[in-house]
Design a protein around this ligand. Structure first.
Ligand code: PHE
Length: 339
């Protein structure tokens, strides 16, 4: 019996040391320590021994079992390490390489521009007031002193939803909504939002674009207040050297109406942006028309105010030298990532 035990020890340990794969390991485990393995066979043979030899032999067999199990564990570790090393050597996997960074993205150029505009007007005490994109003919036109069949309607090519509902062609209908909500208090708001026009899409015009409207209503507001606010805005947005100039214009909802230009960054040298005039148009504006004030619920004998409306994409284009407005809505990451 002793010899058999020694034989098993030798062959078991001998084979174990030569194993190189985990498959071979589990074969070995089955052959030596498994339910029908060599060790079990040996245990069974104990019964055939004379009674006085059994306890000592039993002890021996158990010792062998522990020994084999321990040796198996050690070799299992060895094989696993070797296999891992092999995989690392043969694969192109380098676990010491830094991970791939996942980029968190950033705000769209339009949103960046809008937020900059908000900040500048907030510093001057303006609140942001949002009005709906889908408007009625009444708010988009009639209450702004543009009756049906008025030729001024030609200024805004309109997307009609039905006979009474339109996609707003400008942010000005928000003036009426703000006045009706704030009445009878003074107002100082900007109204940002998307506008829609039934226009041919070209590098210079989209059928959707953002505007930021401004509206003040108070008791002694003058045109010079409007000019002061726009001058401050131009300097904060485009740099301290900027100057503004005003030209007479016409809008049905302002009287008098003006167009506001800003001195070009080429400082009068004449460039492609300002078409060599030295000036860039930045907003339409004027004193709120008495009809509009009373439509908003304010008595024009007592109240007055100014309003302006400016584009958002166009100034961003000027600032960054973007020559095609269609980039803003085409979702091309190569464009968006630049800002
Ligand atoms: N709503 C005008 C436009 O879209 C701009 C404007 C706003 C003019 C407010 C005067 C006052 O063209």
């Amino acid at each position: 019996m002793k010899e058999k035990i020694q034989e098993l020890r030798n062959s078991g340990l001998g084979k174990l040391e030569k194993l190189v794969t985990t498959d071979q390991l589990s074969d070995w485990h089955r052959d030596f320590l498994g339910r029908k393995g060599e060790l079990t066979l040996l245990l069974k043979q104990l019964g055939e021994l004379p009674a006085e030899e059994r306890p000592a032999a039993g002890k021996e067999v158990n010792r062998l079992k522990l020994e084999l199990q321990e040796a198996f564990d050690t070799n299992q570790d060895r094989v696993r390490q070797q296999q891992l090393q092999q995989e690392l050597d043969s694969d192109d996997l380098d676990v010491t390489l830094p991970g791939r960074p996942c980029s968190p993205g950033h705000l769209h150029l339009t949103t960046q521009t809008l937020r900059k505009i908000y900040r500048i007007f907030q510093e001057m005490g303006f609140q942001v007031y949002e009005a709906p994109d889908v408007e009625t003919d009444e708010y988009n036109f009639q209450l702004l002193n543009i009756p049906e069949y008025h030729p001024a309607r030609d200024m805004w090519d309109t997307f009609w939803v039905n006979d009474e509902v339109v996609l707003r062609t400008h942010t000005s209908p928000g003036q009426i909504r703000a006045m009706r909500e704030y009445h009878p208090n003074p107002i100082r708001v900007i109204l940002p939002g998307k506008c829609y026009r039934y226009e041919q899409i070209t590098p210079r015009s989209e059928h959707q674009f953002f505007q930021v409207e401004g509206l003040t209503v108070g008791r002694n507001i003058r045109l010079t207040d409007l000019i002061g606010v726009m001058t401050e805005f131009a300097k904060k947005m485009y740099g301290q050297q900027r100057q503004i100039r005003i030209r007479g214009s016409y809008f049905p909802f302002t009287e008098p109406s003006i167009e506001i230009d800003m001195s070009c960054t080429c400082e009068g040298a004449g460039c492609r942006l300002c078409k060599k005039t030295g000036w860039l148009e930045i907003a339409g504006a004027g004193m709120v028309h008495p009809v509009v004030l009373s439509n908003g619920g304010y008595d024009p004998e007592e109240w007055n105010g100014f309003a302006f409306g400016m584009g958002v994409e166009r100034p961003a284009m000027l600032k960054h030298g973007i020559d095609d407005i269609r980039y803003f809505y085409s979702n091309d990451l190569r464009f968006l990532r630049q800002f």
